[in-house]
Design a protein around this ligand. Structure first.
Ligand SMILES: Nc1ncnc2c1ncn2[C@@H]1O[C@H](COP(=O)(O)OP(=O)(O)O)[C@@H](O)[C@H]1O
Ligand SMILES: [Mg+2]
Length: 232
C-alpha cells in the first residue's frame, strides 16, 4: 500500500453560475482523509456542505483543483470510468433515504449491485442479506419502505450503501429527519460499521452530538474548510 491518503483535496473550488452572477461556494479547499477515518463536516445551511460531499463522491466536478481517491485523479477519468469507480468505492446515505418504494428492503439493498457485474452472484446476495441482518432488519427484510419507520428506512439505506464494500461512506445529514433516540442509534450503527467494514465515514451534520463523535471535525464557513483541533 502507498502512503497516499485515501482522499486528497488540493485547492478545490466550486463556483455556481446563477444568472449573470457567479457564486464561489468553495474556495481552495485542502484536506487529506485516511482510510478508516471518521469525519464530520458542519456549517450553516447553504455554506456548501452537500456541494463538497458531492465532489468527494464524484457526483459533481470541481471548478478547479484536484481530487484524488485511492491514488486516482477524478478529473482524469471518463464519465463511464467515474460511474463504475463511484459504484465500487463510494457508498452514499442521504437525509432522505431515497429508497425505491416498490422494492423490498433486501431488493433496495441490492440495487447498487444491479449496476455492476455479478449482480445476481450468490456472494452479493449473501452479503446483502447479512447487511440487512446486521442493521437489525432481519424480520423486515421483505417489507417495502412504506411499511418501515424512518429509522428502519435509513438502516436499509446504510445496507445499500455498503453492499459493494466501498472504502468511503458519505452521509449527508443522515440523522436530519430522525428523532433524537433514533438518530443516536443510527449514529452508533454508522460508527460500528466504520470499524467492522474498515470504511472511511464522512458525515455532514447539523447535530453537534453526531459531529462530536467523529475523530476529525471540520467546519465549512465562507467557502473555507477548517479542522477543529483534536482533544483526543
Ligand atoms: N446546482 C446548483 N446550481 C446553482 N447553485 C447551487 C447549486 N447547488 C447548490 N447551489 C448553491 O450553493 C450553495 C451551497 O449549497 P449546498 O452545498 O447545498 O449547501 P449546504 O449543503 O451546506 O446547505 C447554496 O447557496 C446553493 O443555493
Ligand atoms: Mg446540504
Amino acid at each position: 500500500m502507498s502512503d497516499e491518503p485515501l482522499i486528497q483535496l488540493q485547492e478545490v473550488t466550486k463556483t455556481y453560475e446563477s444568472g449573470a452572477d457567479q457564486v464561489e461556494v468553495l474556495k481552495s479547499i485542502n484536506a487529506s482523509i485516511r482510510a478508516g477515518d471518521t469525519v464530520s463536516i458542519m456549517g450553516p445551511s447553504g455554506c456548501g456542505k452537500s456541494t463538497l460531499l458531492n465532489l468527494i463522491g464524484a457526483l459533481d466536478t470541481p471548478s478547479s483543483g484536484e481530487i484524488r481517491i485511492d491514488g486516482n485523479s477524478l478529473g482524469g477519468m471518463s464519465e463511464s470510468d467515474l460511474a463504475s469507480f463511484r459504484n465500487r468505492k463510494i457508498g452514499f446515505i442521504f437525509q432522505n433515504h431515497h429508497l425505491l418504494p416498490q422494492l423490498s428492503a433486501l431488493e433496495n439493498a441490492l440495487l447498487p449491485a444491479l449496476a455492476s457485474s455479478g449482480a445476481s452472484s450468490k456472494e452479493i446476495q449473501d452479503r446483502a442479506v447479512n447487511l440487512i441482518k446486521r442493521v437489525g432488519l432481519e424480520s423486515r427484510m421483505h417489507a417495502r419502505p412504506g411499511q418501515l419507520s424512518g429509522g428502519e428506512r435509513q438502516r436499509v439505506a446504510v445496507a445499500r450503501a455498503l453492499v459493494l464494500s466501498p472504502s468511503i461512506l458519505l452521509a449527508d445529514e443522515p440523522t436530519g429527519a430522525l428523532d433524537q433516540k433514533t438518530a443516536d442509534s443510527l449514529a452508533e450503527l454508522l460508527l460500528e460499521l466504520n470499524q467492522e467494514e474498515k470504511v472511511a465515514l464522512i458525515t455532514v451534520t447539523h447535530s453537534p452530538d453526531l459531529g462530536a463523535r467523529m475523530q476529525r471535525r471540520f467546519k465549512l464557513n465562507g467557502g473555507k474548510l477548517e479542522e477543529a483541533q483534536s482533544e483526543k
